[in-house]
Design a protein around this ligand. Structure first.
Ligand code: MG
Length: 257
């Protein structure tokens, strides 16, 4: 399957999905407090998305039952929301959530600290967010796909952390997962050329130990093989002549690229 380039008008249309995805993510993040179950977060998210004119992109995707993925501590991605999984003080939780608006998919994720977390986890969140911004900064014409992965990997490596290789970012548009795959590792100046009109979900998954993963028996939940914590940050980014433009924008967050 080929990469589907988006026109400037289509990128503007995708921002509606991006805005709702970012808004619901922020609202869910504010509700990540001790005692809350991941199913309660999921139900809140689905209501929020539907009442703001969207549909939950993840719900039913490949048979996924939830509107968001909730992945705690050593869980990396794809945690199914559950009434029996309750947040505890000291947890970190990756919330991955997408909203579809007017046929365009949105996708973004953030890892939140629940109550007071250990200095190691705090550092993991800081470094993984830095990885995300480094990857986004590399998403510009003239660069190649490997430059994004290299930028992400370099930040993690400097901090002595693991870079998950079994899961990647991806192109996004009318489908949540389009070509190309966007790995969080790579060599500079390698891979396909980045062109204006490409819209990518960049999503580093970084660990405090091994990068090796294991899929649990439900067929969804991905954990670190050594049980050490993982973090996951994701934004949807459009490549333009002027450089990277955030498509899934948190309205209250301003950060230069
Ligand atoms: Mg994604």
């Amino acid at each position: 399957m080929a990469i589907i380039l988006k026109s400037p008008g289509e990128i503007e249309a995708m921002k509606e999905a991006g805005r709702l995805s970012a808004a619901v993510l922020r609202e869910v993040g504010a509700r990540c407090v001790p005692g809350v179950s991941t199913l309660e977060l999921d139900e809140f998210a689905e209501d929020y998305i539907r009442s703001h004119g969207g549909t939950p992109t993840f719900k039913g995707y490949g048979g996924f039952p939830g509107s968001l993925c909730a992945s705690i501590n050593e869980q990396i991605v794809h945690g199914i929301p559950s009434s029996t999984v309750k947040l505890k003080d000291g947890d970190i939780i990756s919330i991955d959530i997408g909203a579809t608006v007017d046929g365009w998919a949105g996708d973004n994720a953030w890892t939140y600290a629940v109550g007071k977390v250990s200095p190691e986890k705090k550092q993991l969140l800081k470094v993984t967010e830095e990885c995300l911004w480094a990857g986004i900064s590399a998403a510009r014409p003239g660069n190649r796909l490997g430059d994004i992965g290299h930028a992400v990997q370099s930040v993690a490596k400097r901090a002595g952390m693991g870079v998950v290789r079994d899961y990647t970012g991806h192109g996004i548009g009318r489908d949540m997962h389009e070509e190309p795959l966007v790995p969080n590792f790579g060599f500079r100046h390698t891979g396909i050329k980045l062109e204006p009109g490409m819209v990518l979900a960049i999503e580093p998954m970084i660990t405090l130990g091994t990068h090796r993963t294991h899929v649990m028996r439900d067929g969804w939940l991905v954990v670190t093989q050594d049980g050490k914590p993982a973090a996951h940050f994701e934004k949807t980014v459009a490549i333009t002549e002027e450089g990277p433009v955030l498509v899934s924008v948190e309205p209250d967050r301003k950060r230069p690229l």
